[in-house]
Design a binder for this molecule. Structure first.
Ligand code: SF4
Length: 482
């Protein structure tokens, strides 16, 4: 996914990866491959940290995995006898998009050298950070991870595992975290399991051992076998003795529905629900809930395609590739004035002949601000579509996400300030309909998922006014440190 076309989409925060093998291996290369498979979860910065039981080395920087990890840089991560490593790919929602906020975060602490990478948000991090600042603590970054690692270090009398378990109970929000010291990796999810984390096992012929990753795609790419999801509220450790589990918090599952709508790669399952199958079902449900007479169903590439296929199957209307996506325009940054933003959409997407003279059902997975959707509708009209009926495989996004997804501020969300009819007029469609909340839950098939950005019911709380009013504001070093 490229960020500029998805600027009208919710943005994922991060992908995390951790590996501990029984035998020495090229850990840097395995982390590198794992991050490639998680690149869609964040494109701003990335990093890898490797240990051989004695030393820990880290490389991180701004940019895509392919840009940051040149051969020279990967060479710096090659430690003899390395068996442990973690990796991270980031899209910032808290903490600015700057090099010093790139993860993994490494610290020397009373528990030795530690590295941490996380996905999601601690909704009480600002409050805790301000308390710590009042007590004289110092911070080198503006992201949440540093708050967590400081909390862990405060329990100097406890082991790393016991301290981390204690901290899990203190942190609020939706998050998945991987940590490492020189000899082990730790993976954990918040009590609601808002952000995903899966466990894989490396086959014995590849060194044996365990892998934690945001998605199964990162397991498959290195040859690991999917074992299971980390349970909500569970802390899992992989070390010399194998895999250890501790259910730290009572599990009250409410994973993010957007993982199935849009974020996660379609080649895996999270919490037992297959991503691609869920997306197809969303299209089928949408066709039942919002039928319309038309000639062809077209999906917005790439993330709208499975729902379009489902819509076509359920409605019996022909599915066709009505939009061609250029595979080469991903990282083209053009000055963001109005005219050039329009050209960006044309650079990325081009209508095919199959929409000419047709009544088109256009299926996409979400509308955030509505600007890109309007441009795509116009592309189809310019190509000769006689009608464009917009169908959306997520319910209207009315509330911001506090659990690590950048859905834009509430006032920027089209559905927070406009009726469906007004959005339809804004994007210039002949009709507009969204899948219902019940429909999306039925398509995913889990008993409970977070739907807070649609209905405002935040399962893991949200940063109230308290946190906003805290005494000390964290100074931003944006202009000083790069
Ligand atoms: S608020 Fe929306 S984007 Fe955020 S975790 Fe919940 S479902 Fe996902």
């Amino acid at each position: 996914m490229s960020q500029w076309l998805e600027m009208d989409k919710p943005q994922e925060e991060c992908g995390v990866f951790a590996i501990h093998l029984n035998e020495p291996a090229d850990i840097a290369a395995l982390c590198h491959l794992g991050l490639f498979a998680l690149q869609h979860r964040g494109q701003e910065s990335c990093g890898i940290c490797v240990s051989n039981g004695r030393d820990i080395v880290i490389e991180k920087d701004m940019g895509l995995v392919s840009e940051v990890f040149s051969e020279t840089r990967l060479d710096k991560l090659h430690l003899t006898n390395a068996r442990t490593g973690i990796g991270h790919t980031r899209y910032s929602t808290t903490g600015s998009s700057l090099r010093f906020n790139a993860q993994p975060l490494t610290v020397r602490s009373n528990k030795g050298l530690l590295a941490l990478a996380h996905n999601g948000n601690f909704t009480n991090a600002k409050h805790i950070r301000n308390q710590m600042l009042n007590e004289g603590a110092v911070f080198q970054t503006t992201n949440d991870s540093e708050v967590m690692i400081n909390l862990v270090a405060r329990y100097s009398h406890l082991s790393l595992i016991d301290a981390t378990a204690r901290v899990m109970a203190e942190l609020e929000g939706g998050f998945a975290v991987v940590m490492m010291d020189k000899n082990k990796i730790i993976g954990l999810r918040d009590a609601h399991g808002v952000r995903p984390l899966v466990i894989g096992e490396m086959p014995a012929e590849q060194g044996g051992g365990f892998v934690f990753a945001s998605e199964p795609s990162a397991l498959h790419v290195i040859g690991a076998r999917f074992l299971r999801d980390v349970r909500p509220g569970e802390l899992v450790t992989a070390d010399e003795q194998g895999l250890h589990s501790r259910q730290v918090l009572t599990a009250t599952p409410s994973p993010c529905a957007f993982e199935w709508i849009y974020f996660a790669r379609g080649d895996g399952a999270l919490d037992g629900a297959d991503v691609h199958v869920s997306r197809i079902r969303m299209g089928e449900v949408l066709a039942q809930e919002a039928p319309v007479d038309a000639d062809v169903v077209v999906g917005v590439p790439d993330s709208g395609l499975p729902a379009a296929i489902g819509y076509a199957r359920a409605s019996g209307i022909l599915y066709d590739m009505g939009l061609y996506k250029s595979p080469y325009a991903g990282r083209t940054f053009i000055n963001p004035n109005q005219r050039l933003r329009e050209l960006k959409v044309r650079l990325k997407l081009a209508p095919t002949a199959s929409v000419k003279g047709k009544r088109v059902i256009l299926v996409d997975d979400s509308i955030v601000r509505g600007t890109t959707s309007g441009r795509i509708v116009q592309l189809l009209r310019n190509a000769g579509a006689t009608e464009v009926h917009f169908r959306v495989s997520s319910p209207p996004i009315k509330y911001p996400c506090y659990y690590g997804i950048d859905t834009a501020a509430r006032k920027e969300l089209a559905a927070a300030t406009m009726t469906v009819t007004e959005i339809q007029q804004k994007i210039g469609a002949d009709s507009l309909a969204y899948i219902s909340e019940v429909g999306v839950a039925r398509a995913i098939g889990l008993a409970n998922t977070c739907l807070a950005c649609f209905n405002g019911a935040y399962p893991a709380g949200h940063p109230g006014e308290e946190a906003e009013k805290d005494g000390i504001e964290m100074p931003l070093f944006d202009s000083v440190i790069s």
